[in-house]
Design a protein around this ligand. Structure first.
Ligand code: NHF
Length: 478
């Protein structure tokens, strides 16, 4: 079984969000259990050419309405795992990995998707699974579907599309699909408005669709979370949608060896966590005589993450003792609201508008509870990291959050606190519930220890992906 894992980002080469973490770790976990897997990645300008040893694999043109696109494929290695970096004049020389407007990203990602298929045709190593992620690579799934019945070299290749974020359809990229000769699916069960969107076409064409948690796989079929595609997905091929929970890299996220911390600790030696708490308060100028918990937020600041209403929830519980540390960047309005909270509560709140991974680690270790108020969350990695660091998550009961956090209950325990409605009132009520438990340090410690005991390694997810690949290959051959 040979798997070509195709993604817009992968750590350590280029990482914007959770997809980068997953794409940089899952293939390695799969390789470890014997899956012959390679990664294909656009050669973004953010990838430092001088840093990696690069081999030129092949060069070809990808035809387009505006003329052929000269494409060069390089090979580099992540350990022993082969990574293809695909370069072309359509790769911008500056600017972000993802533009705010998917129309600007259309040509680079549609070209990338088609170039990956062309690479698959040319390699001696013949993939029998194409594993695409999100809209950026969904055009490869659609193109494969259109071509594999007439092209022998592609006929044995099955396609899996993993959904990390359903609402991003790549709607602005329809012009690019047309330019690269990919027709809209006008006579398909897709809603008319989705028939020329890369993600929808990938969903239509994939042999299997999986979400990054079982919870989100089920939610995608509902109006609230289906991003307009719920009816289509509900009526899609039976057994063709499932969920596999993401994992985290347990070596990378380990409070007993994390060098960013002032004091290391573990489940059997939790004491030094409080030194990290005191050090964080000192670092950020927050008073150390606090009786209540410190809440942490480390997040992209956009609508999905619900930071806007979490800030209001904190205002609603100003009568209680707590502090909050907020780190992240994104939407200017949410950034401003987070700054304003710190201005209004200078003795309690520290806001840092930044992407600072070392400070992020000190926050995971130094705070008591972590706020994850997402409006939707396909999997979420921060709750798993928080629990590993003995920090109790307070999260909305959606998607992967509800799959990984057990809501506290005085008789059966639990690993965190879950709330239902994406409103300040609902979150404030849940924080008050957490404050009561925090005031009994013995019960709080139980929460911490149970969370630290959870197994969020990639192993079981990798086994599930391997089994799914096997099934897809078998179905394709039969
Ligand atoms: O964990 C990686 C990540 C998810 O919930 C996260 C999200 C984007 O929204 O799968 O992708």
């Amino acid at each position: 079984m040979k798997v070509l894992y195709i993604t817009a980002e992968a750590a350590p080469y280029v990482k914007v969000g959770g997809l980068g973490d997953v794409a940089g770790t899952l293939p390695l976990a799969l390789q470890k259990i014997g899956v012959d897997i390679r990664i294909a990645l656009p050669f973004h300008h953010q990838i430092d050419r001088s840093h990696y040893s690069l081999k030129n694999v092949c060069e070809f043109d990808v035809p387009a309405a505006f003329g052929p696109v000269a494409t060069t494929v390089y090979e580099t290695k992540l350990g022993t795992l082969v990574v293809y970096l695909i370069d072309s004049p359509l790769m911008p020389e500056s600017g972000p990995v993802y533009a705010m407007d998917s129309a600007l990203d259309g040509p680079k990602f549609v070209h990338f998707s088609l170039a990956v298929l062309e690479l698959a045709r040319r390699l001696d190593w013949k993939p029998n699974v194409l594993h695409a992620q999100d809209w950026h690579t969904a055009a490869a799934v659609y193109a494969l579907h259109l071509q594999r019945d007439v092209e022998k070299s592609l006929s044995k290749m099955a396609a899996l599309l993993t959904i990390h974020n359903l609402p991003y359809h790549g709607e602005g990229a329809s012009k690019a699909l047309e330019d690269f000769g990919l027709p809209p699916a006008t006579r398909s069960p897709l809603p008319w408005w989705a028939q020329n969107r890369p993600l929808a076409l990938g969903l239509l064409a994939a042999d299997h669709i999986n979400a990054v948690s079982p919870g989100y796989a089920a939610e995608m079929l509902t109006e609230e979370f289906g991003a307009g595609l719920d009816e289509f997905l509900k009526n899609h091929k039976p057994d063709s949608i499932s969920g596999i929970l993401n994992g985290i890299d347990l070596d990378e996220w380990d409070p007993s060896s994390d060098t960013a911390l002032v004091a290391n600790y573990s489940r059997s030696n939790l004491g030094p966590k409080k030194d990290n708490r005191a050090a964080l308060q000192q670092e950020l100028g927050l008073p150390e005589d606090l009786q209540g918990p410190i809440f942490g937020i480390v997040s992209r600041m956009d609508e999905q993450k619900g930071i806007d209403f979490a800030l209001n929830a904190l205002r609603m519980i100003a009568d209680e003792p707590w502090q909050a540390v907020i780190l992240g960047n994104g939407s200017p309005q949410i950034e401003e609201a987070a700054r304003q909270l710190a201005k209004d509560f200078p003795q309690r709140v520290h806001t840092r508008i930044d992407f600072d991974s070392a400070l992020g680690r000190r926050i995971y270790a130094g705070v008591d509870a972590f706020l994850i108020p997402s409006r939707y969350e396909p999997c979420g990695l921060t709750q798993m990291i928080a629990m590993r660091y003995g920090t109790v998550p307070i999260a909305r009961a959606v998607g992967g959050l509800k799959d990984t956090i057990m809501d506290y209950d005085s008789s059966s325990g639990g690993t965190g606190f879950l709330f239902k409605d994406p409103t300040p009132v609902s979150l404030a009520a849940t924080i008050r519930r957490a404050l009561v438990v925090f005031s009994d340090q013995r019960r709080w410690r139980g929460l911490q220890l149970r969370g630290m005991k959870e197994d969020f390694s990639w192993e079981s997810s990798a086994d599930q992906y391997a089994a799914l690949y096997k099934r897809l290959v078998k179905d394709r051959i039969e």
